[in-house]
Design a protein around this ligand. Structure first.
Ligand code: AMP
Ligand code: MG
Length: 421
């Protein structure tokens, strides 16, 4: 495990008072380490987990050449340019069955989708494309080429080849693929354990009566949801009041047997409270000013063996910093090799003010325009406390560090929420 000072010394131009978004991600990727323990789970428990070993295909899929259509299997060597081909139907073959007999020249076999191709036959004519006359069918000239409508042995997966790689996040498609190989159990990395709490004397827990100047804690619920979607084991530690003894107890307890601690609030420059003091006292922690909006202040480091993500207090800033920094870091800790989903381009329906020298994340509603291309509109008030904007939006408009103002009609980068939050 590297200390923060070691990582800082490795990075060129590291300045905790003015870090770029990409600088933060570089730092984080050096701070966190993937878990090393693995466990074996059944296929239903494997959804959302990360493969700890390559999966080598024990069989070929499909195991035989087979028909991709309901139709007639025949030997395409009999096709002659410009001439229709007439064949006699010698029998019928169902899905999963084979044809034990020889098929003579001039014959074909009526075949269902998935049935094994009889030996010597290489092509299937779909049944709707033939004309039939008693026991015979005719295939018009120029309709087919050899090999049409035949699935090849191993065209999906070949026996002995890696079907899935270590680090693969097990999606519904990956579960189906495992099942297609007859695999019921897989080795996955253990789940991450993540503790989180909110700080601030003005923060109310649900169930407490409202009082003037106080706000209900929303961050714990967004963080809970974001972590759960990532497949982490979560430990909710509630709201911790701004008292040294309470904060010390919370940080100490959170660091026991967890991989990460996420807090919100108490890390901005003007904060008079004890959160930062306690982080500094108990861990190896840096306090950053990040060139971004929302989400400027953040604390990062380690308390015991747990990575600390000290997020700002504002509800939108919590979500944006989670998506920009915490999520990629946790995926790395989970052993996932998934890379960030690609940004899409959409036409901005309005002019946007943007200061060069920081990355801005505006909440956007992306839709399909009349010409079929993507367009985006902001959700209005972009205040970092306006959580309704995150609910209304279906993506973030990501305005790059160097970029200036955006004119209506310009293309902007979009990070879609689908599959992420
Ligand atoms: P701070 O970073 O502690 O200065 O907080 C910035 C703003 O976010 C303040 O208006 C806080 O009241 C608000 N805030 C902090 N924590 C939470 C929370 N858990 N839920 C909702 N709002 C919060
Ligand atoms: Mg505060």
């Amino acid at each position: 495990m590297k200390t923060l000072a070691t990582i800082a010394a490795e990075l060129q131009g590291y300045d905790p008072q003015a870090l770029s978004v990409s600088g933060v991600n570089t730092f984080m990727s050096r701070l966190v380490e993937p878990v090393t323990a693995q466990e074996t789970v059944g296929i239903f428990q494997a959804l959302g987990r990360v493969l700890a070993q390559d999966v080598i295909s024990p069989i070929s899929v499909p195991a035989h050449d087979n028909s991709a259509m309901d139709g007639y299997a025949f030997d395409a060597a009999q096709l002659k340019p410009g001439v229709a081909l007439t064949l006699t139907v010698a029998g019928t073959l169902r899905a999963g069955a084979g044809w034990p007999h020889r098929v003579e020249p001039g014959q074909c076999i009526k075949i269902m989708t998935g049935a094994i191709m009889p030996s010597g036959l290489d092509t299937v004519v779909p049944q709707e494309l033939v004309t039939s006359d008693g026991p015979n069918i005719a295939i018009a000239a120029g309709l087919l080429r050899a090999g049409d409508n035949r699935r090849q042995l191993g065209e999906d997966l070949m026996q002995g080849q890696p079907a899935l790689r270590q680090g693969q996040l097990l999606t519904p498609a990956a579960l189906g693929l495992l099942a297609s190989l007859g695999i019921e159990q897989v080795a996955v990395w253990r789940k991450l354990r993540v503790a989180y709490f909110s700080t601030g004397d003005e923060i109310l827990s649900l169930g407490q009566p409202p009082r003037e100047g106080a706000v209900y804690d929303s961050n714990r619920y967004t963080v809970f949801g974001l972590l759960s979607r990532l497949g982490c084991e979560v430990i909710d530690m509630g709201v911790v009041r701004d008292e040294p003894a309470l904060l010390e107890a919370a940080f100490t307890q959170a660091a026991l047997q967890t991989d990460a601690i996420i807090t919100s609030g108490g890390v901005s420059v003007g904060e008079a409270d004890y959160t930062k003091l306690m982080m500094k006292k108990l861990g190896d922690v840096a306090f950053w000013k990040i060139a971004m909006r929302p989400g400027r202040p953040m604390a990062v480091g380690r308390i015991g063996n747990a990575v600390l993500f000290g997020l700002p207090g504002n509800p939108v800033a919590v979500m944006v910093t989670f998506l920009a920094f915490v999520r990629p870091a946790l995926l790395q800790m989970m052993g996932s090799t998934a890379t960030a989903p690609p940004l899409l381009k959409a036409r901005s329906l309005e002019a946007l003010r943007k200061k060069p020298g920081r990355t801005e994340y505006q909440r956007g509603t992306v839709s399909t325009g009349a010409d079929g291309s993507l367009q985006v509109r902001t959700t209005g008030n972009q205040g970092s406390g306006v959580l309704s904007s995150m609910v209304q939006a279906n993506g973030l408009i990501v305005l790059a560090h160097k970029q200036g103002d955006v004119a209506a009609g310009d293309l902007v980068n979009i990070m879609m929420f689908e599959g992420v939050i």
